[in-house]
Ligand binder design. Structure first.
Ligand SMILES: Cc1cc2nc3c(=O)[nH]c(=O)nc-3n(C[C@H](O)[C@H](O)[C@H](O)COP(=O)(O)OP(=O)(O)OC[C@H]3O[C@@H](n4cnc5c(N)ncnc54)[C@H](O)[C@@H]3O)c2cc1C
Ligand code: SF4
Length: 336
């Protein structure tokens, strides 16, 4: 591993100032992704600015009925938080579907959002990869791509974003709070990650030196849930996952939000499906039409077309479950 310096920041402002003094630095959360990539030679920061012990480790109610989650809150703590389990079950379920207990005990909210793709070529410095070395090519497009994107990919990159938590945050209309050399700004979670286009090396809209300080959740817009299809029952990334929020009144869909994971370079907010759902009868037929409207946009690669029917079935089954009257449903709380 390349030698690197280490700085521990005491406040968010100190962290950003430390970055200004070391522009080749990376922020360090739990290190569960960054340190692995440093060992592989994929990431080579000159300095690590440790932000894992910043005073950003609380989950608190906001005056408007939402929740604010500090960037240093550990994944286990967030998943177990009473308000998250009761009001945002999709978020708790997504966190618990990711990694392992040991990893979740260390991984942070900020680091989880910024974990990098698990595309095998990205992790292998002997191979070309446009994301790791822009302009070198994308061997995954004609190579090993069973786990990779079916939506929104480009000729330059077909990678998928790996975070389960980010998919739930996208469906829950969360906002990411950033502090950078030019001050504070917020970005909707749905716009935080990018599609690859011609610049796959850039995963997000984060500007140089920006630190994630918090994630803010608006009041729950309906019942919510998260489900993940994967090769093993635990310790595996999503082949396809779905986060859904549904508010049904008088048998009709009043509000719906849907996001897919494991299918694109970013959590895929299913706007076409939501358009079909809004005001429609809360029936299996509507859910089928909604899923089809979104997945018509899919452009599978040679070996991953199975993801399209998998995403459709998962979405329909989840929406059907969420539309059931409350007593028959378990673990899908939220506003009713
Ligand atoms: C074996 C294994 C299985 C896994 N399975 C899953 C899975 O199924 N689902 C899933 O979602 N994840 C999975 N993960 C990934 C895991 O969730 C991430 O490694 C973890 O969430 C990253 O958080 P961290 O705090 O350790 O981030 P770090 O590794 O510390 O950092 C990750 C990135 O975020 C940046 N960063 C960290 N904090 C901040 C901040 N506050 N502001 C700005 N930048 C910041 C770092 O510079 C780095 O680029 C798995 C990991 C492993 C090792
Ligand atoms: S899919 Fe993206 S990450 Fe994977 S090899 Fe191609 S450019 Fe690299």
């Amino acid at each position: 591993m390349k030698p690197f310096g280490y700085v521990r920041a005491g406040t968010p402002v100190e962290a950003v100032e430390a970055w200004a003094a070391h522009p080749d630095a990376h922020y360090l959360g739990g290190g569960t992704n960054l340190v692995d990539l440093m060992k592989l030679g994929v990431e080579t920061p000159g300095t690590l600015i440790d932000v894992s012990r910043l005073p950003l480790d609380t989950v608190a109610d906001t005056p408007g009925g939402g929740l604010t989650v500090g960037a240093a809150v550990r994944n286990s703590d967030l998943a177990a938080h009473r308000a998250v389990r009761d009001r945002y079950p999709a978020l708790s379920q997504a966190l618990l579907a990711g990694a392992s207990g040991q990893l979740r005990n260390i991984a942070t909210t900020g680091g989880n959002l910024l974990q990098r793709t698990r595309c095998p070529y990205f992790q292998d410095t002997d191979k070309p990869c446009n994301k790791r070395r822009p302009g070198s090519g994308c061997p995954a497009r004609d190579g090993v791509h069973r786990d990779l994107a079916v939506l929104g990919h480009s000729e330059h990159c077909v990678a998928t974003h790996p975070s389960d938590m980010a998919v739930a945050l996208t469906a829950l209309d969360a906002t990411v709070v950033l502090l950078g050399p030019d001050g504070e700004r917020t970005v909707p979670a749905a716009d935080f990650h990018r599609l690859p286009g011609e610049r796959p090396q850039q995963d997000t809209v984060l500007r140089p030196g920006e630190l994630i300080t918090a994630v803010e959740l608006p009041p729950p817009a309906g019942m919510s849930a998260y489900r993940k299809a994967r090769d093993r029952a635990s310790y595996a990334f999503a082949l396809v996952s779905v986060a859904a929020v549904l508010d049904v009144r008088g048998g009709r869909v009043r509000a719906a939000a849907l996001a897919f994971g494991g299918v694109a370079h970013r959590p895929w907010r299913a706007r076409a499906a939501e358009e079909v759902l809004r005001g429609a009868p809360a029936t299996r037929d509507s859910f089928e039409r909604a899923a089809a409207a979104e997945l018509d946009l899919a452009r599978p690669l040679r070996d991953n077309s199975f993801k399209v029917p998998m995403a459709r079935r998962l979405a329909v089954s989840m929406l059907t479950g969420l539309a059931q009257p409350a007593p028959t449903r378990r673990g899908q709380g939220g506003r009713r």
